[in-house]
Design a binder for this molecule. Sequence first.
Ligand code: SAM
Ligand code: CA
Length: 322
Amino acid sequence: MTIAFPEKFVAGVVAHINEDHRREMLDLAHGLAGQNWASEASLLHADKHGLDLLLHAADREERLRVTFDEPLERPNQFRPALIALIQRARQALPDSAATSSRRSIELSDALYNYLHAVSLREPEVLQQLRAETARNPEGRMQVGPEQGQFMALLLQLIGAQRTIEIGVFTGYSTLWTALALPANGRIVACDVNAEWTSIGQRYWAEAGVAHKIDLCLAPAAETLAALLADNQAGQFDFAFIDADKASYDEYYEQCLQLLRPGGLIAIDNVLWGGAVADETQQDADTRALRALNAKLHSDDRIDISMLPVGDGLTLARKRLGA
Ligand code: SAM
Ligand code: CA
């Protein structure tokens, strides 16, 4: 005979689930479901044999039934049985941080500040440019300082000398690049906005790197086409694509020709605030990014890695035979 706990008891258990408990239930749900998509779990129902959890993700929900080792005979066995379930689920996982072991950690403000405090080496001129950009109504378009520093490290790793920047804005990512390049380094910097880029030009001069930057105020596809027409294919080490999203595919194809084998393309905003994974989002920019992401996945001209840095950053290395 199945004895369900009285509804009042279940309601009481649900009401007493505090934040710690909720996190444990989420661990439990992740561990038992063997999936990492659930962002929340709530308890729907409990009876002597187990629990019904509801797992929530951004766009879906799923019920999960978990059973106790032995049927409970008294309501006061509920809590120890729940703890035993959680322990069992944790043992099955590589570590107790079920979510962080399998996907990138979520950055709270405190953790983001900590990351900056222990790793950022942003030169003062870049700090000043970032502060000025933050006062611009479009300031959110600028990459974060940790991303700028990461790309500077990449440039040093591949020994870059000639690079392409598609989308300059106030010149922040361009300045990180210019500072990372050797004295003979050169950047072809593409943008269409003279007002924003003039802010960058002031800081490039202040940093003593203006001579490395060739600012081309024209639609980027035209600038890149002109480089190709000028026999510059295979002459560049690195390209950063961060302008109008609808043209990303065209920029990618042009950059792939302009890069040397082993050269690197970094493509920004590939996660697009999460919209790429949300099928209800069908605007032109989201569709363009989604299509490009799918294309790159199976493009055998490149090696790729999509990183959850900033708004998503894909690194694509041109293969030696490509
Ligand atoms: N990389 C910059 C940074 O991190 O500071 C941010 C670039 S912002 C996201 C995009 C830039 O692309 C804007 O400055 C915009 O004027 C430029 N842009 C838009 N359409 C363009 C086009 N067709 N050709 C070149 N640049 C374009
Ligand atoms: Ca961007």
